[in-house]
Design a protein around this ligand. Structure first.
Ligand code: HEM
Length: 446
């Protein structure tokens, strides 16, 4: 048997740089590692070993080809505190059963039904933005609010907007806390002392109360609504006829909100930013929209397919700033890749951002060029060089929902408004669980 090679490893003496890199500076740190060790390496933190890779074939191997040997990394356990055992955090046969139940909810026919309510939220947002003409807005804050409204309405088609506001507030507290303990686990004991942990558990209590109340009201009223709650409540296992318990429903609903809101918001915010920095792309985008949707007509579900340059703009936005910029996995058993040994239990960072910025796969990767995603160009590229929604069986279940929402918002906003970047405001990336703009993105609405 041929002897397996050891992964190139970061030097022990530089473990302090490694700790800082992994906890708060991963984008720069991975560029540094790549220069000396290549695109797949072992990070030696002393107390912990990690593999980090921006190699497209390695990422595909872990997420897809040999996915059976790779579970979610330890960071996902912290998410369980808020999301419970939903699709993002569950594993094994439980996850498979839940995914089978939830998958049909995202079929085209259902998305088409959900599109109506998305249109309503979009119209309300356009009216709100009308009142902001001449002022400067933080587009990332605005996108966070509108995508939250859209996904909450898709989940719970409830009339009382106070319930949605309350859910949003509790989710916000929950997510902030989870982000903190995942990014900086050693601070967790301090949060017990300074009251943040208590605030988190209170928010979870409020959230659960709201979600269970909506579920119970729905059952009592026997009214059938057109939302994800209804579809998940009605979903039956094809073999056993079993439905989800209330706890499973709660976990899936909270998971869908959490996974589906900030990701789309970040993708849109960065796309606005990139478009503003490249005005020629705005002209092209607007020309395409005006041709398909004259007189500021709102797009129908069918129109979205034809808004090709709008879609390409979003795809290129997610290449440069992938919201899920890193995906975590853990080897369940010893394995090998290209002659290199992969050790059981080692956590790995699959660097989607690094892969999307690699000159191995992309020509002039820092340039914003939506034409990379024209059908002719895209079909010549191996699919796994671009993975904003992940790959394999754990690939994003909401990818079509997200694309529909993002196209609708970008097209209708660009149809009506022009924006100018505030040149005095420094825009920086903040690589947390998702890739956020650190201090927002300030745009003047024109
Ligand atoms: C631009 C928007 C979005 C991006 C970039 C994105 C990205 C991703 C990625 C990369 C994964 C795979 C994570 C992994 O393998 O560990 C994922 C999973 C997931 N996403 Fe999304 N997502 C987006 C929007 C949405 C939306 C709108 C929803 C729901 C309404 C959603 C629900 C989920 C769920 C439930 C999972 C877990 C799937 C499973 O493990 O079975 N996502 N997403």
């Amino acid at each position: 048997m041929t002897k397996l090679k050891k992964m190139p490893k970061t030097p022990k003496v530089k473990f302090l740089r490694a700790i800082k890199g992994v906890s708060s500076d991963m984008l720069n740190y991975s560029t540094e590692i790549k220069k000396t060790l290549g695109d797949t390496a072992q990070i030696d933190l002393g107390y912990l070993q990690l593999y980090a890779s921006s190699n497209a074939d390695f990422i595909k191997y872990v997420l897809q080809t040999n996915q059976k040997n790779y579970g979610k990394s330890r960071a996902y356990n912290a998410l369980k505190l808020g999301l419970g055992n939903g699709l993002v955090t569950s594993k094994g046969s439980f996850w498979r059963k839940q995914r089978r139940l939830a998958q049909p909810v995202f079929y085209k026919k259902n998305l088409e039904n959900l599109f109506q309510d998305m249109g309503r939220s979009t119209t309300e947002f356009l009216e709100y933005l009308e009142g902001k003409r001449g002022t400067t807005i933080d587009i990332s804050r605005e996108m966070m609010n509108v995508t939250a409204t859209i996904v909450l309405r898709a989940l719970f088609n409830v009339e009382q907007s106070e319930s949605l506001d309350q859910i949003y507030k509790s989710m916000d507290v929950t997510q902030e806390y989870l982000m903190k303990i995942i990014g900086n686990p050693i601070m967790q004991p301090w949060y017990k002392i300074n009251g943040e942990e208590k605030k988190f558990y209170n928010a979870i209590k409020d959230l659960d109360q709201l979600v269970y109340t909506i579920m119970n009201n729905r059952r009592d009223s026997q009214e059938k609504k057109n939302d994800l709650l209804q579809m998940l409540m009605d979903a039956e296992d094809a073999d056993t006829g079993e439905k989800m318990t209330d706890l499973q429903l709660r976990d899936e609903l909270v998971t869908l909100f959490s996974a589906g809101h900030e990701t789309s918001s970040n993708a849109l915010s960065w796309t606005f930013y990139l478009l503003c920095k490249n005005p020629e792309t705005i002209q092209k985008l607007r020309a395409g929209i005006n041709e398909k949707l004259p007189d500021q007509r709102m797009p129908s579900f069918q129109d979205l397919r034809e808004l090709t340059y709008t879609r390409q703009g979003i795809e290129e936005g997610m290449r440069i700033y992938p919201p899920a910029w890193i995906i975590g996995r853990r080897a369940l058993e010893d394995d090998e890749f290209n002659g290199f040994a992969i050790k059981k239990d080692v956590n790995m960072l699959l660097e989607i951002y690094g892969m999307h910025h690699s000159t191995t796969y992309w020509e002039n990767p820092e340039a914003f060029n939506p034409d990379r995603f024209s059908p002719e160009v895209a079909k010549k590229r191996p699919k796994h060089h671009y993975l904003p929604f992940g790959a394999g069986p754990r690939m994003c279940i909401g990818n079509h929902f997200a694309m529909m929402e993002m196209q609708l918002l970008l097209a209708t906003i660009m149809q009506r408004f022009d924006f100018e970047l505030d040149v005095n405001h420094v825009v920086e990336v903040d690589p947390l669980i998702t890739l956020r703009p650190k201090n927002g993105i300030l745009l003047k609405v024109k």
